[in-house]
Design a protein around this ligand. Structure first.
Ligand code: F6R
Ligand code: MG
Ligand code: MG
Length: 369
């Protein structure tokens, strides 16, 4: 059966700062999807990671189907009403436009979708991050798909021997979606030089070169540029199909053991280690650290199984400790050098404005004195 899986997510309000959506907000979003999505959806699930709520949907309408996007958009609008009633922080933050115009892209919510013919067994993982941006997935997806140190299947299994094709977006280009497609292993180094700069070049999708099957999609967009100013980090989600012609679930989780440094954390403006957390995790230290959750599921005839919590396993306790130590390590140097995000990634204008004011006070010392 050919199905589409869509995940559309947004931060429309949270309790105690930008920590976690309220129960009522989540219920409101769920009730809306349940009622209005009856004829449209095969199945759905509601997730939340940090202050972001995600609506995972299966259907037969393909990607960019307007009614699916409207369903999610209206659910977030309904959630916004509750957020306002409850006085939640950031109520309606990711609803940048009021009038729905056919697709949530550019309207605030993040989204990614994939259409595929279901395999007899169809395992996949829904990754969701908070307090960081889509470039956070560059490192784990690059290593999970292209590096035999993590994806041993590249060496051991014949299904993946031809490698993968990566589509990467230049998110700094604002006039349209500027993308490039690169094949690994042949163009491995070309891909590496782009992905090393995760605030500029961001993985959008990955597909199998052996079968052409879509393997992964990320909610990569030019959002923070389209909006003209930051309204919060465009906290990303990704769907990754696993096993057989794709890396195994464990191979895809493996790179998260690095707890790699990402831009995010407090005021979306710092460098912190990405901490793999349990589903439903909240935000705490230094408005962070940046977190990632992983929900493992199977889908059959468009019906989802229950989700298992892939980071809820003793191995990841050690990695959480490591992530805390790495984050605390860099936090100790405050705002100096590498500890604060690059100028163009700062969510606030304070630094830039202050430098502008100081500009006129600079003088050029005469060299003959
Ligand atoms: C992401 C997130 C942060 C905030 C940023 C600014 O979910 O919440 O990136 O957008 O910390 O938040 P304010 O200015 O609302 O304190
Ligand atoms: Mg937020
Ligand atoms: Mg968020």
């Amino acid at each position: 059966m050919k199905i589409t899986i869509s995940i559309i997510k947004a931060d429309v309000g949270s309790v105690g700062g930008h920590e976690i959506p309220s129960k009522r907000l989540i219920e409101t979003i769920e009730n809306h999807v349940k009622k209005e999505g009856k004829r449209l959806l095969l199945d759905y699930k509601i997730f939340h990671t940090g202050d972001d709520t995600g609506i995972l949907m299966s259907h037969i309408h393909g990607v960019n189907y307007s009614d699916i996007h409207k369903l999610a958009f209206d659910a977030f609008v309904a959630g916004t009403e509750v957020a306002k009633e409850q006085g939640l922080y950031g109520a309606g933050q990711d609803i940048l436009k009021n009038a729905f115009s056919g697709n949530v892209r550019g309207m605030g919510p993040g989204s990614c979708e994939m259409e595929f013919e279901e395999r007899p067994a169809e395992p996949f993982v829904l990754f969701a991050c908070d307090k960081t941006d889509p470039g956070a997935f560059n490192y784990p997806l690059f290593r999970g798909f292209a590096d035999p140190f993590h994806n041993a299947g590249l060496l051991l299994a014949s299904d993946m021997a031809k490698g993968f094709e990566f589509t990467v977006m230049d998110v700094n280009y604002t006039k349209g979606d500027r993308v490039i497609t690169l094949k690994v292993p042949e163009e491995y180094y070309d891909l590496a030089v782009l992905l090393r700069d995760p605030e500029h070049f961001v993985i959008e999708s990955i597909s199998s070169r052996a079968t052409g099957d879509i393997a992964s999609v990320v909610s990569t967009s030019r959002l923070h540029n389209i909006a003209g100013k930051y309204t919060g980090k465009d906290d990303p989600v990704a769907i990754v199909r696993t096993q057989k012609q794709f890396p195994s679930t464990g191979e895809l989780l493996s790179p998260y053991a690095t707890a790699h440094f990402v831009a995010g954390g407090d005021r979306g403006s710092h460098i912190v280690a990405l901490m793999p957390c349990k589903l439903g995790a909240i935000i705490s230290f230094f408005d962070g650290p940046a977190i990632v959750t992983a929900a493992g599921m199977c889908v059959h005839n468009g019906i989802f199984t229950e989700a298992i919590d892939l980071f809820d396993q003793p191995f990841w306790d050690t990695i959480r400790d490591k992530a805390s130590e790495k984050t605390y390590g860099i936090r100790e140097q405050g705002f100096f050098g590498a500890a604060m995000a690059p100028m163009e990634e700062l969510e606030y204008t304070g630094v830039v404005e202050r430098i502008k004011q100081l500009d006129s006070k600079f003088s050029i010392r005469r060299s003959d004195k």
